[in-house]
Structure formats: C-alpha cells, structure tokens
Design a protein around this ligand. Structure first.
Ligand SMILES: [Zn+2]
Length: 151
C-alpha cells in the first residue's frame, strides 16, 4: 500500500477504531476500510485512464461520481444514511464525508453497546452502498434507498 496516498491525515489513524473493533463484521469492515482509504475505483478515477465511460454517478444519475459524492453527498446515499441513523435514534445532520468521519471518531470512542451498534451501522452502510453500486454496474439491478435499509 502506498501510505502517502492516504487522503486522511497520516497522523490521524483513529478512524481504524471505528472500522476494526471487537465484534466487527469482517466483510463490512474490509469494504469500510477500503472506502475510508479511498481505494475503490470511482468513475472520476477511471475516466482519465481513457475508459469509455461517463463520470455520472450510477446511483443518483446526477452528480459526478467521486469518493465524497458516492459515500456522502449523493442524495440516494444521504437517504440511506439518515434512515440508518433514524433506526439508531439519531437525528441526521447534513455532513460532508470528512465531517461525518470526524463526528463518528469523536462520538464512538467508548465501548458502550450504542457505540458498537453505530460502528456496525457505519461499516454496514458503506458495505451496502458499495454492494448497490456493484449490483447496478454488473447486474443491472437497482434497489430503492428504503429497500436497502428495510428489506
Ligand atoms: Zn449520486
């Protein structure tokens, strides 16, 4: 891994603790880890390589598909995250990716059940968004945001 390419401050690896924690779900944490390291190939990355694709977000069909769009700013993704937070009894604030990550790091430091549930919610959220992208890209299947959360 190219350590210098990590977009979040090298000194601040505290986000590891919201991904790798006792009772984490390995497949959720693995994807959450790759998303946080910004290692997943979003379209804004692929277009400069000359691949014959547009850079429109495949989830909402409007924004430009970048890491921050896909995991924070996309309206569809915001719907999913606010529904997840609602289920946890938390009011969703309209945060950017970095703000949200900092909020989670600051608020999930303790070892309470609430913190563990929210860490599972966070890693699960990232996993399901990634899975939804794959379904759309490779299988031509799409689910409404409510369906991801409830069904
Ligand atoms: Zn989008």
């Amino acid at each position: 891994m190219d350590w210098d390419s990590i977009r979040i401050s090298k000194e601040n690896v505290s986000w590891h603790k919201i991904i790798w924690f006792p009772s984490h779900i390995p497949k959720f944490s693995l994807i959450a880890w790759m998303v946080t390291l910004d290692k997943l190939p979003t379209k804004d990355r692929l277009v400069p390589f000359g691949l014959d694709i547009d850079d429109v977000c495949m989830v909402c069909g409007s924004g430009r598909e970048s890491h921050d769009h896909l995991f924070a700013d996309c309206p569809y993704v915001k719907d999913v995250w606010s529904a997840v937070l609602r289920l946890c009894g938390i009011r969703c604030v309209d945060f950017s990716w970095d703000q949200r990550l900092n909020w989670l790091i600051e608020n999930l430091k303790d070892k309470t059940l609430r913190s563990r549930i929210l860490k599972l919610a966070w890693t699960g959220f990232l996993y399901y968004i990634w899975e939804e992208c794959n379904h759309r890209q490779f299988r031509g299947l799409s689910s409404a945001s409510e369906v991801i959360v409830i069904e």
